[in-house]
Design a protein around this ligand. Structure first.
Ligand SMILES: Cc1cc2nc3c(=O)[nH]c(=O)nc-3n(C[C@H](O)[C@H](O)[C@H](O)COP(=O)(O)OP(=O)(O)OC[C@H]3O[C@@H](n4cnc5c(N)ncnc54)[C@H](O)[C@@H]3O)c2cc1C
Length: 433
């Protein structure tokens, strides 16, 4: 491994790989370190939704720029990333949600997203076979979806071609500082001296951040998904309702998950006690969206926080190849809900199912920040279940923070300092995660 680099990136997900690519394009010497394989975690396990609608307005400028990058990604990276501008359709089945939808449409239009409310008949025209008892839908024709694994690997390959050194199967163990600035990064393969580090470690970013005295409030939840065999009907939009969410891949398979009104799994760990003051109001308000599980995560998280035990057994945040447990019941119910929404799919076979971990912050916004202390440390994490779509622009913004010293879009809403004690955290403004 190199003895020095201009920038070391922790994490080979879409954020890290895109950052590596845009940095290298601007002549920066980058080393990217990934403990497993590229796209092993959230970036390779997500649903592939690429949407600007139903987002907090502060994220929209990033998303609109990201959308321009998605549009040209295939020619930019030289690989088909499966991007389809097929639209995003968010339907509701209750009067209460319909009122929210109207507000969502107004909020989206005010922030420059081309969203409108559709009647049930208009929504059904867009999705052949959709028979869910919907009352209306929010639709943006300019949104779409892409292939998670292909997109992330395409950035990694293009970054390599631009001269980035990528080490997989190699964990970053710690970051050293000197006089308040990042000075080096310790990895399984040795030390790299560097003035800049990008922590794009996904759900493990907080574990890494703590090593330099930083931390942000985050809870890790688990979401299970399934994939059907290919079907003939063509469904262009990414569709999501209260009970079912789905999209069709370019090969014809349907990727499905449960809808926005259903709970995700929360494997309770030691961090349950962290930032409890911040989290209690959220847990009380959204308790129906969380399924608490008490099991091995409790043991693993205590071990990771105990230095002596961590020296004996490698802590989970540094290990690779841990397969998040699939909630089989959630997949079965997800399939049943899919068939209820699309009865023509009755009898369709499920080819595979998997789970992925999501890093939720209390305002459901990421931290995207070159922190003041230590200098040279960029934190890019906490994407709260919608960071794949933002990935290309996240990468470009990171490159701007390092090369230009300031980003082309304001990032104040994503600062780490918004979680400092005494600062009021805004409530989430997204309709769905
Ligand atoms: C089931 C599911 C569905 C989702 N659906 C969508 C969607 O439809 N649309 C959307 O926009 N987003 C979606 N998301 C969210 C999206 O996947 C993430 O926000 C995004 O992929 C985050 O990318 P990342 O690069 O920041 O993190 P990750 O993809 O998690 O990458 C972080 C990488 O860092 C590595 N790493 C961690 N610690 C270390 C270390 N110490 N040393 C070396 N490497 C390390 C990890 O191995 C990992 O590969 C979904 C997520 C899940 C799980």
């Amino acid at each position: 491994m190199e003895k020095r680099a201009d920038v070391v990136i922790i994490g080979g997900g879409i954020s890290g790989c895109a950052a590596a690519y845009y940095l290298a394009k601007r002549g920066v010497e980058v080393v990217l370190v990934e403990k497993g394989e590229i796209a092993d975690e959230a970036s390779g396990r997500n649903a592939g939704g690429v949407r600007a609608q139903a987002r907090n307005p502060v994220e929209v400028p990033i998303m609109l720029e990201s959308m321009k990058l998605w549009e040209n990604l295939e020619s930019e990276l030289g690989v088909d990333v499966g991007f389809v501008r097929g639209g995003n359709l968010l339907y509701v089945e209750s009067e209460e949600d319909l009122a929210e939808l109207e507000l969502g449409a107004q909020m989206a239009r005010d922030s420059g997203v081309d969203s409108r409310v559709l009647t049930p008949a208009e929504a059904r025209d867009l999705v052949p076979g959709l028979e869910a008892p919907l009352l209306g839908a929010l639709y943006s024709a300019t949104d779409g979806h892409a292939d998670p694994v292909r997109s992330t690997k395409a950035f990694a390959m293009a970054a390599r071609e631009q001269g980035v050194s990528i080490y997989t199967g190699c964990a970053v163990l710690g970051v050293e500082t000197s006089n308040g600035r990042v000075s080096s990064v310790n990895t399984d393969l040795g030390r790299v001296d560097t003035p800049w580090v990008v922590n794009a470690a996904g759900v493990w970013a907080n574990y890494m951040a703590r090593k330099v005295g930083l931390h942000f409030p985050v809870r890790i939840v688990r979401q299970s998904q399934g994939q059907t065999e290919p079907i003939k009907t063509r469904i262009r939009p990414f569709v999501r309702g209260p009970h079912s969410g789905f999209r069709q891949t370019s090969e014809g398979n349907i990727i499905f998950t449960r809808g926005y009104s259903h709970a995700r799994d929360y494997d309770v760990g030691r961090e349950m006690l962290d930032d409890i003051r911040i989290w209690i109001p959220h847990l009380l308000k959204h308790h129906k969206l969380v399924r608490f599980n008490f099991g091995w995560e409790l043991v693993r998280s205590f071990q990771a926080r105990t230095p002596l035990l961590s020296r004996i057994v490698r802590p989970a945040p540094l290990r690779s190849g841990i397969e998040p447990k699939v909630n089989r019941k959630a997949v079965e119910k997800g399939l049943a809900a899919l068939v209820r929404a699309m009865p023509a799919l009755e009898g369709v076979r499920v080819e595979r199912s998997w789970a992925g971990l999501i890093d939720l912050t209390p305002d459901m916004l990421p931290v995207l920040d070159a922190v003041p202390n230590p200098q040279g440390y960029i934190l890019a994490a906490g994407f709260s279940g919608h960071g794949f779509a933002m990935g290309p622009m996240t990468g470009r913004l990171i490159s701007e923070l390092i090369v230009d010293g300031r980003p082309s879009l304001p990032l104040d809403a994503f600062s780490l300092s918004r979680f400092a004690s005494g600062v009021k955290i805004s409530p989430p403004r997204n309709f769905v995660g």
